[in-house]
Design a protein around this ligand. Structure first.
Ligand SMILES: Cc1cc2nc3c(=O)[nH]c(=O)nc-3n(C[C@H](O)[C@H](O)[C@H](O)COP(=O)(O)O)c2cc1C
Length: 333
């Protein structure tokens, strides 16, 4: 089984990418990810706030809850003390990763406003990034802003980062658009070579003892992958960009489904934080076995074969399925 796949113009040995997380933030775990079979890694994000106000960095990561105990009791969780703080730190980490790893290293920029910080993408390219992932993590909390205005903000940002760099650009977005597929097309026209679907927006909680709003980072569960599966299946062959899946990819079955739906790569974070980097090997073996047993010869051949435009019942990815799903529950009970 030929597991190679193309993503952002890079030829990857297989479709498993370690997405941005504390695991991709230090060289020891980056090497472990590579040795376990990761075909590429995405470094933790450099945040807009870090570029604009260096001193803000540490407080910001603490506010985000990155230094708190994220299910650390049960899983593999490295020290977070130095999790992506500062721009020099970032460039040093990027150069080091580039030097020590054989696999492509994707740098990540994370922001939402169209300011001077976007020109920093250029420094990431100079420091040796093979590609840049721009995470537009934006919660549209201004109730005066229309959907169109929010979309324009995304497009301007992508255009400006595109102008700043000559390496490939992936754009990581959330699912909350009125027409995600159309937005995908417009992002591709604005310069995105790939779309990373979808961001998990971490939801705040209220602490009933202190009445404070608290950040609460909960790792994903496999059920979250369904949303991604649908939109990859719908966008495959219709949006002129590579498709990367993130959120809820935990096992070989998940990766196989995403490839069949049309993904170029599947990204893992939560599963690796829970089981450790070596989990990639288990996933890869499972993917290889599933395809080999069914006589597929390559990932390329399998990609998109169960996408919306390939299946006999395209409605299965749309509303038609809603009614059937409700009826199937009623029939069960
Ligand atoms: C502790 C932690 C830190 C993360 N840091 C980043 C980050 O710096 N930039 C980013 O784009 N995504 C970041 N993510 C999001 C992951 O890259 C990924 O998109 C998300 O966890 C969904 O994938 P999963 O279901 O495999 O966990 C982080 C996730 C976790 C759990």
């Amino acid at each position: 089984m030929d597991l190679t796949t193309d993503y952002l113009g890079l030829t990857l040995a297989n479709p498993i990418v370690a997405s941005s997380s504390p695991l991709t933030g230090n060289i020891e775990s980056l090497v472990e990810l590579q040795e376990a079979g990761a075909a590429a890694v995405v470094l933790p994000s450099l945040f807009e706030e870090q570029v604009e106000h260096e001193s803000f960095a540490t407080d910001y990561t603490i506010d985000l809850g990155f230094d708190t105990n994220v299910e650390a009791g049960s899983g593999y969780f490295p020290e977070l003390d130095s999790y992506n703080t500062g721009t020099d730190w970032y460039l040093d980490k990027l150069r080091e990763a580039n030097r020590e790893l054989r696999i492509p290293v994707i740098a990540s920029l994370n922001g939402a406003s169209d300011g001077g910080w976007v020109s920093y993408a250029d420094s990431l390219e100079d420091a040796g990034a093979d590609a840049i992932e721009l995470n537009i993590y934006y919660v549209a909390a201004d109730v005066g802003a229309t959907g169109g205005e929010v979309e324009d903000r995304y497009l301007r940002l992508v255009e400006h980062v595109r102008q700043a760099i000559s390496i490939p650009l992936a754009v990581k977005i959330g699912p909350y658009f009125s027409s995600p597929g159309n937005m995908g097309r417009r992002l591709a026209s604005a310069g995105a070579d790939g779309l990373v679907l979808f961001n998990r927006f971490y939801q705040p909680d209220i602490d009933l003892d202190t009445l404070e709003v608290t950040p609460d980072l909960v790792l994903s569960s496999p059920a979250e992958m369904r949303l991604i599966l649908r939109w990859i299946a719908i966008m495959y062959g219709r949006v002129d960009a590579d498709l990367a899946a993130t959120s809820g990819v935990h096992d070989a079955e998940g990766v196989v489904k995403l490839i069949l739906a049309g993904a170029n790569v599947a990204m893992l974070t939560s599963a690796l934080l829970i089981h450790g980097p070596e989990h990639i090997r288990t996933v890869l073996d499972g993917v290889d076995r599933w395809f080999t047993e069914r006589d597929y010869v390559s990932v390329e051949q399998a990609r998109g074969s169960v996408s919306q435009r390939a299946v006999a019942d395209p409605g299965a990815f749309e509303r038609a399925n809603y009614m059937k799903t409700l009826l199937s529950y009623a029939a069960r009970s």
